[in-house]
Design a protein around this ligand. Structure first.
Ligand SMILES: [Zn+2]
Length: 404
């Protein structure tokens, strides 16, 4: 393990790599610092998937690792979708992670670290996907598990969480209410709170591995743009850090430009990007994309951190409508066979808009990270499809087929 300590991004206070949340001195976000001395390549450990990069993850003992085979997801060229858009487009397909979303990466690291530090009970607040991940990895680690979700969580996600055996607490109102209650209760009871925003420094580290994989899968070629659906944005920040590390150890010379994509009905980071101000909590969230429906109320600094990474990369931030999200999900499924939840397809929905705005150009290499599976929210899609008639004979079936 090359991780040496955690450091506050605001006041630079240093902390040993024990049970950590935000900075005790100023409340700032903590970042894990590594010793890159003598490192000139990505050394691979004898683990499949993401844990091959264990040297640059904050877990000391390989025996602490709780894995379901997360990471090394396919990087798919999507020529039919790309042809529609007149673009050389790739999808980093995180829908095939063990529980169906990219959250398995940060949560595998968070649960492994919690176990290494002797945790008995883990918890998280979640709009659904991180909850499923924590429940699954806690089950595998034999840890007690409590998941705090907004009452609006999609039923398919709730069922998945409960099947893993976690205790679920539904919290009324917005996601941020669940966030604050989970935080308070875990402090009172001494539980390990694995909320995968920037509430603790460890989960975000796992998101670096998406950058390492992209670099390997593109055989050293770098995307011009990487599009990522963002709520508070740890995936974007983690991937940005991953590319910075590749630069630090001399494997690349430039960093791809990052585009954060939010829903029009909840876009606090996009608004701050457009107005050149700090992030202010969103007043009333309203979007079909439950995975990125986070007002950031009470932890606006998480959004500022992501905004910082976007600007550092000379990137961009954009919001898409629910209609555009549904159309992008349909295009992904019907043209490329990739079934994503609406949140996951946000990175596709934004491409067309950015091309029309001439921000993305047809000659550029673009990677859209598709973050979660459509199985996560079957019910919502079901409502968008027309009812199907039932036939009882060959003749009726033929009439139905010819009528199409
Ligand atoms: Zn501090």
């Amino acid at each position: 393990m090359r991780a040496i300590h955690a450091q506050c991004i605001l006041c630079a206070a240093k902390y040993e790599l024990t049970k950590l949340y935000t900075c005790e001195k100023c409340g700032g976000i903590l970042d894990v610092i590594y010793d890159y001395h003598g490192l000139s390549k990505l050394n691979k450990a004898a683990f499949p998937g993401m844990w091959a990069y264990m040297e640059l993850l904050p877990v000391r003992d390989p025996r602490s690792v709780i894995s379901l085979g997360e990471g090394w997801t396919p990087l798919l060229s999507v020529p039919r979708l790309g042809e529609n858009l007149n673009l050389n487009l790739y999808v980093k397909n995180e829908t095939v992670e063990p529980t169906g979303s990219f959250k398995d990466r940060p949560i595998s690291v968070a649960v492994s670290k919690a176990r290494e530090l002797g945790a008995k009970t883990v918890t998280t607040s979640s709009s659904g996907n991180a909850g499923a991940s924590v429940a699954a990895y806690a089950a595998r680690a034999g840890l007690e598990c409590y998941i705090f979700v907004p009452a609006s969580v999609p039923q398919d996600k709730l069922t998945q969480i409960r099947m893993y055996g976690a205790q679920v607490v539904q919290v009324g109102g917005e996601f941020s209410n669940a966030y604050h209650i989970a935080k308070e209760i875990s402090e009172r009871r001494g539980w390990s709170n694995l909320t995968s925003t920037f509430a603790s420094p460890y989960p975000t580290e796992a998101n670096k591995t998406v950058a390492y994989e992209l670099w390997e899968q593109l055989q050293g070629e770098l995307p011009d743009w990487i599009l990522i659906p963002i709520a508070s944005g740890p995936l974007l920040v983690g991937m940005y850090k991953g590319f910075c590390e590749l630069k630090e150890i001399g494997l690349i010379t430039k960093i791809p430009r990052f585009i954060g994509v939010q829903a029009e009905g909840c876009a606090p980071i996009v608004r701050a990007f457009m107005t050149g101000t700090k992030v202010v909590a969103w007043e009333r969230t309203e979007t079909i994309a439950s995975g990125i429906s986070d007002s950031l109320a009470g932890y606006e600094q998480d959004g500022d951190y992501t905004l910082w990474a976007i600007k550092q990369s000379n990137g961009y931030a954009i919001a898409v409508s629910d209609q555009e999200l549904i159309r992008a999900s349909q295009d992904l499924a019907r043209l490329e066979g990739i079934y994503a939840e609406t949140t996951g397809a946000a990175s596709i929905a934004a491409v067309e808009k950015l091309m029309a705005m001439k921000i993305i150009k047809p000659t550029e290499l673009v990677v859209s990270v598709v973050t979660g599976s459509g199985f996560k929210d079957n019910a919502s899609y079901g409502k968008t499809l027309p009812d199907l008639p039932v036939v009882s004979s060959v003749e009726e079936a033929e009439r139905l087929i010819d009528a199409k």
